[in-house]
Ligand binder design. Structure first.
Ligand SMILES: [Zn+2]
Ligand SMILES: [Zn+2]
Length: 255
């Protein structure tokens, strides 16, 4: 691995370590590019702050830390400023406004929830075709904005209904990703923790559709930045589906 674009910081409340430790681990493990992509602050209308994101009040701190490290380590590694962000139609413009004062290099599209009320967490087992359809619609609409560099764990939705429905819906997702030239991420964290993603039913569809693939460490601990055993597992996983992860991708600036 020479580039990892999926890295969190302690500000989201469920990651550990100092920002600097992520950078030093990335350098030690030979990365050329390290992208920070912490959970984006969302401007919820009622002032509500979600429990798993960078709080709005820490946004300045997140940005200045990443930019400071970029300058400090510029001889050793290319550090990029990003966010992992849902696509919520009702909050999308507001989210971009919150980010617009900052030199954001990229956004990763993630569908942790289908809507901004964030009631149903998508990795929990679900049987509803409607919910799966909405998940796919949101990812497609997000890709169509042209603001996102790649889709993080596109297979995060845990559907336990009929296989043919899963196939139908995920084929839609993969077809659009291919047409819009948006890479899909094999999530190394999911693999390490034995989560429902990466999903064995998903990746043959991505292969059939000719989708581009990238690995994302989704590091919530400096130890998990390009950890060799985890990477070996992820590469073997990709190979099972005759997929080749791209070592480096072009980032799309959202504005
Ligand atoms: Zn995620
Ligand atoms: Zn993540």
């Amino acid at each position: 691995m020479i580039a990892n674009y999926h890295t969190h910081t302690c500000r989201c409340g469920h990651a550990v370590g100092e920002d600097r430790e992520y950078v030093e681990k990335a350098i030690e493990r030979g990365l050329k590019v390290l992208g920070f992509s912490d959970h984006v602050p969302m401007p919820f209308p009622d002032g509500h702050e979600s429990r798993f994101r960078v709080p709005l009040r820490l946004l300045d701190d997140y940005v200045s830390s990443v930019l400071g490290l970029r300058a400090e380590y510029r001889e050793d590694i290319d550090i990029r400023l990003g966010f992992e962000a849902e696509y919520y139609p009702d909050l999308f413009e507001g989210m971009l406004q919150v980010l617009s004062p900052y030199p954001v290099d990229y956004l990763l599209l993630a569908g942790h929830f289908n809507d901004s009320r964030e009631t149903v967490y998508n990795p929990q087992t679900q049987f509803s075709h409607d919910a799966l359809r909405t998940y796919v619609d949101r990812i497609i609409e997000g890709m169509e904005t042209g603001k996102y560099t790649y889709v993080a764990h596109p297979d995060l939705f845990h559907y336990a209904g009929p296989e043919r429905i899963y196939r139908w819906e995920m084929t839609r997702l993969c077809e659009r990703a291919k047409a819009l030239d948006v890479p899909l991420e094999i999530n190394v964290l999911g693999l390490r923790e034995g989560r429902n993603y990466p999903c064995d039913q998903f990746w043959p569809i991505a292969k059939e559709q000719g989708c581009r693939v990238v690995l994302g460490c989704d590091a919530h601990d400096p130890q998990d930045v390009a950890e060799p055993e985890q990477l070996a597992r992820a590469l073997a996983y990709a190979a099972r589906f005759q997929l080749t992860a791209e070592p480096e991708i072009a980032l799309k600036k959202p504005f």
